[in-house]
Design a protein around this ligand. Structure first.
Ligand code: GLN
Length: 396
C-alpha cells in the first residue's frame, strides 16, 4: 500500500503499537531452533482428565454458542472454587463473566470501566499487554516502579501516582515478569488508596496457584472495603496448563459485571463452548492437584535458577509465577536486546529482553526474562547450552 494509504487506514490509537516482544521472541526461537524459555506456555501435556472432558464435550455436542457470559455449570464451578479457596461468595448469575482468556478479561474490564482521559496506574515492570490495553481505552498510564532486587515499591511513589483522575490500578500478583508476590500489607496500602481516590483495582491473578517457599496469595477482593471495588481477572491457562484454550473469567460486583458482559458480548460473543464444559472438570479438581502443580514448578524453578547462577547471572528468586528476571551484568552484557539476540542465535536459548516490560526502557536494559514452565528435560538442555557458552562462574 502507498504510504499515505497506510496512514489513512491506521487508527491513531494503534500507531505506536509494536508486535508483542514476547510473541516475537517465540517466532525468533522457532526460526533459529532455540529452546524457547521466552513465551510462558508449558511444553508438557495438559492434564489427561481435562483433555478427556474436552473431547467428551465435543462428542456430546456442546458445539454451539454457550450463554454469552458463560455456561452456567462453569460459572457455578467458578463460584464454588472461590468459596472453597478464599471464602469469597460470588453470585454466578450477576458477578461472573466467562471470557476468552484473561487477555480479553483485562481489556474488556478496562473498556467497561474507563472513559478517555481516566488514568490507569500500573506497576513497572508490567506484563506487556497492559500498556496497549490502556491505550485502546485512551486512558493515560501512570507508573509505579518496582525496585530490584526484591521488586519492592515506595509507598510515597504509589501515593503520588494517584489523583482525582485515577480510575483504576492494575495489580498482577503473583507478578509477571518478576515473580513478586504482593504481601497483604502492600495490598492493604493499595486498597486504602483505591478507597481514598474512589478508584477500582483490576487484578490479574492468573498465577494464583504457582507459589513457592510458603508464599500466600491474597485476592484483593477479600480485603475490607474491596469486595465491590475489585475486578478480578483470571483464567484456566496457567493453573491447568491450557494456554491455548482461551477460557478465562472476570469477577466483579453486579453493576460492573453488567458492563463487562456487554463489552465481552460485542467483542467475542463467548468463549469456546466445549472448553467451558471441560473447565467444570478443571475447577472441580481436588486440592492435591494445586499442591502438585506448585511442587513441580518449585523443582523447575530450582533447575533454571541454579543453571543461571552457575553461569554468572544474578537474580532474585521468584516467590510465585514461572519467570525469573536475570541480569548478566557480571558476564559483560548490559544491553538486553543484544543479549537476547546472542542467546537465541549463538547459544540456542530464547529469553525475553527485560526492557519490553518497562515503559522507561532504560530501567529494564540490565534484565532478561526466562520462563521455566517447561519439561525438566527442556530446562536441563537449556542449562547445558548456557553452561557450554558461559562456563561455570564458580571456577572463574
Ligand atoms: N503470559 C505469557 C508470558 O508472559 C504468555 C503471553 C502471551 O504471549 N499471551 O510469556
Amino acid at each position: 500500500m502507498q504510504p499515505e494509504r497506510s496512514e489513512r487506514f491506521r487508527a491513531a490509537r494503534t500507531a505506536h503499537f509494536t508486535e508483542s516482544v514476547i510473541r516475537e521472541t517465540t517466532r525468533l526461537a522457532l526460526r533459529h531452533g532455540a529452546v524457547n524459555l521466552a513465551q510462558g506456555f508449558p511444553d508438557f501435556p495438559a492434564p489427561q482428565a481435562l483433555k478427556d472432558a474436552a473431547a467428551r464435550a465435543i462428542a456430546d455436542d456442546f458445539n454451539q454458542y454457550a450463554i454469552t457470559w458463560g455456561a452456567k455449570p462453569l460459572r457455578d464451578a467458578i463460584a464454588a472454587k472461590y468459596l472453597r479457596h478464599y471464602g469469597l461468595e460470588l453470585d454466578p448469575e450477576r458477578e461472573i463473566t466467562v471470557v476468552c482468556g484473561s487477555t480479553e478479561g483485562m481489556i474488556a474490564s478496562l473498556l467497561a470501566t474507563t472513559n478517555p482521559d481516566d488514568e490507569v496506574v500500573m506497576f513497572e515492570p508490567f506484563y506487556e499487554n497492559y500498556g496497549p490495553d490502556a491505550d485502546l481505552c485512551s486512558a493515560p498510564r501512570r507508573y509505579v516502579t518496582l525496585h530490584p532486587p526484591d521488586w519492592s515499591f515506595d509507598p510515597a511513589e504509589l501515593r503520588a501516582a494517584f489523583s482525582p483522575r485515577t480510575k483504576a490500578i492494575v495489580v498482577n500478583s503473583p507478578h509477571n515478569p518478576t515473580g513478586k508476590v504482593f504481601s497483604r500489607e502492600e495490598l492493604v496500602q493499595i486498597a486504602a488508596l483505591c478507597q481514598e481516590f474512589d478508584a477500582l483495582c483490576l487484578t490479574d491473578e492468573i498465577y494464583e496457584h504457582i507459589l513457592y517457599d510458603g508464599a500466600v496469595h491474597v485476592p484483593m477482593m477479600t480485603l475490607p472495603g474491596m469486595r465491590d471495588r475489585t475486578v478480578l481477572v483470571n483464567s484456566m491457562s496457567k493453573t491447568y496448563s491450557v494456554t491455548g484454550w482461551r477460557v478465562g473469567w472476570v469477577l466483579a460486583a453486579p453493576e460492573i459485571s453488567s458492563s463487562v458482559r456487554k463489552v465481552h458480548d460485542f467483542l467475542t460473543v463467548g468463549a469456546a463452548a466445549p472448553l467451558q464444559q471441560a473447565g467444570v472438570a478443571a475447577l472441580s479438581l481436588p486440592d492435591a492437584y494445586y499442591q502438585e502443580l506448585a511442587g513441580h514448578y518449585q523443582r523447575r524453578r530450582g533447575l533454571l535458577t541454579a543453571a543461571l547462577e552457575r553461569c554468572g547471572f544474578s537474580l532474585n528468586r521468584p516467590r510465585g509465577a514461572y519467570y525469573v528476571m536475570a541480569s548478566a551484568d557480571s558476564l559483560g552484557y548490559s544491553d538486553d536486546l543484544l543479549l537476547s539476540s546472542h542467546l537465541i542465535e549463538k547459544i540456542g536459548v530464547a529469553a525475553v529482553p527485560g526492557s519490553s516490560f518497562f515503559h522507561r526502557k532504560n530501567l529494564g536494559r540490565r534484565f532478561i526474562r526466562f520462563c521455566f514452565c517447561k519439561k525438566y528435560e527442556t530446562l536441563e538442555q537449556a542449562g547445558r547450552l548456557l553452561n557450554e557458552a558461559f562456563g561455570d562462574a564458580r571456577n572463574a
